[in-house]
Write a protein that binds this ligand. Structure first.
Ligand SMILES: Cc1ncc(COP(=O)(O)O)c(C=O)c1O
Length: 459
């Protein structure tokens, strides 16, 4: 197919894409039978592979009965059951809470922003109209979510349209810890940056602080230093600001626990989940609202100010419910940590000594390899080399889907712009076999080596 003639608005308008025809386990095939090993679940989405029979059956069954009934008139059984299950797996503070179902991660982040604002209106603090988010974060592409994001090139075209958001530093020890600084000291310093941002907003002004628990596409599967989130929780509590955990990418088991923040020992006020919730079978996302926030809304206006036509969609929720039931029936969460360790070991074995590999990091089945021009200084390849795009192309040519990104950007304290190395993200399905994990690592390493070879060849 010639994409230049395609009526679909693709991401790249002047290149052609293979036509995906069928999914089988962790593989995607085109009409000619050519197959790609999906080692990133697209963008950390397909945690059950592409044709899980249990999920497909549940979707067929629900579609045969009722796909959609407007949420202003009717409740539906799949969304009620899914909300109950999600709240039961959330921290204690979510007892008496509520779940808002939407269609995408951006929509859910947008809704979380609005829920935080509505909460403060309900409890009589209308002055809390400002937000804090971190440098190098990605929270989605709708205007509110994009305003929270700290991704300069994605923000740039829309900069005049974005609300002003106070910035806290990223928690990214690999790049931002000082020489000789302990993890504890770095965690405290990074968290102190939130305090500075709250102070800049002024007392009683911040509605919420938003952060990815494990940073995803922008930083490349980067967990925070130990102790960081515990301090964040204390700082938010002292200010009064709500804490929104963006687990669109890292949640729903991707890091080895239902919610990635479980491993940090903290509980947010609003939890945003998406990708692994519908696992690609359904476009669905959710905001889990704590008992305190939902309770204030019930006791106040008792109205959600931010309705959407497709919220609580019966078919979407039936698919997501089946995903959750499958993860539990097949005990798939128990596979994530050991399979992730296997992937990490394979990557280190194959690439650990490579002079252009700056870091191999991640948690559970959420892993990234950072590529640098100089391993000693961490200097990235020039953006003009387009290394991430080359890795993507080499991956596809070698029968692999991975998720490469150009390195995140930040400003040094002296004002000079800096950039991390390009990285590729691997987020295989929880149903992957060890052999598939090894094959994913081998194909990813092949794509990296070929891409590096082309970049070096140009030097
Ligand atoms: C952490 C995070 N938040 C929000 C989003 C936006 O989700 P969506 O692309 O489904 O709108 C993404 C997408 O990659 C993400 O990684």
């Amino acid at each position: 197919m010639n994409a230049s003639l395609s009526p679909v608005m693709h991401r790249v308008l002047d290149a052609s894409l293979p036509l995906a025809e069928a999914g089988e386990g962790v593989w995607i095939a085109d009409a000619s039978g050519r197959r790609w090993l999906d080692a990133s679940g697209g963008a950390a989405v397909s945690c059950l592979g592409h044709n899980h029979p249990r999920v497909l059956e549940a979707i067929r069954d629900q579609a045969g009965r009722l796909a959609y009934a407007h949420s202003g008139f009717f409740a539906n059984a799949p969304s009620e059951a899914l909300a109950e299950k999600l709240l039961a797996r959330a921290p204690e503070t979510f007892r008496g809470g509520a779940v808002l179902f939407l269609g995408s991660g951006s929509e859910a982040m947008e809704a979380a922003i609005k829920l935080a604002r509505q909460y403060w209106l309900e409890v009589g603090e209308p002055g809390r109209d400002r937000f804090v988010a971190r440098d190098m974060a990605y929270h989605g592409n709708t205007l509110g979510a994009l305003a929270l994001g700290g991704h300069p090139s994605r923000r740039a075209p829309y900069a005049p349209l974005l609300m002003d958001v106070a910035r806290a530093p990223a928690a990214f020890a690999h790049r931002l810890a000082r020489a000789g600084e302990t993890e504890t000291a770095y965690a405290a310093r990074a968290a102190a940056g939130l305090q500075a941002a709250l102070d800049a907003n002024g007392p009683g002004r911040t509605a919420a602080f938003a952060a990815e628990t494990v940073s995803g596409a922008s930083l490349g599967a980067a967990p925070a230093p130990a102790g960081y989130f515990a301090r964040i929780r204390e700082i938010c509590d002292a200010d009064g600001a709500l804490f929104i955990a963006d687990e669109v990418m890292c949640g729903m088991g991707r890091c080895g626990t239902y919610f990635a923040f479980e491993q940090e020992g903290v509980a947010p006020d609003l939890i945003v989940i998406a990708k692994g919730l519908g696992a690609g079978f359904m476009p669905v996302s959710a905001v889990l609202v704590s008992g305190r926030v939902a309770g204030a809304m019930r006791a106040g206006s008792a109205r959600l100010a931010n309705g959407h036509t497709y919220m609580s969609h019966a078919l979407a929720c039936a698919g997501a419910l089946a995903v959750l039931e499958t993860i539990e029936a097949e005990d798939l969460l128990a596979r994530v940590t050991p399979l992730g360790a296997h992937l990490d070991a394979a990557l280190r074995d194959l690439l650990g000594e490579d002079r252009n590999v700056g870091d191999i990091r991640g948690r559970g089945l959420f892993r990234a390899v950072e590529l640098v021009a100089d391993r000693d200084t961490g200097a990235p390849f020039p953006a003009s080399d387009g290394l991430a795009d080359r890795v993507r192309a080499e991956g596809m040519a070698g029968g692999l889907i991975c998720y490469p990104s150009p390195g995140a950007e930040w400003i040094e304290p002296d004002g000079t712009p800096a950039r991390c190395g390009d990285h590729l993200l691997l987020a295989p399905a929880f149903i992957s076999t060890e052999a598939e994990i090894e094959q994913a690592a081998e194909r990813a390493v092949g794509a990296v080596r070929r891409a590096l070879g082309r970049v070096r060849g140009r030097a």
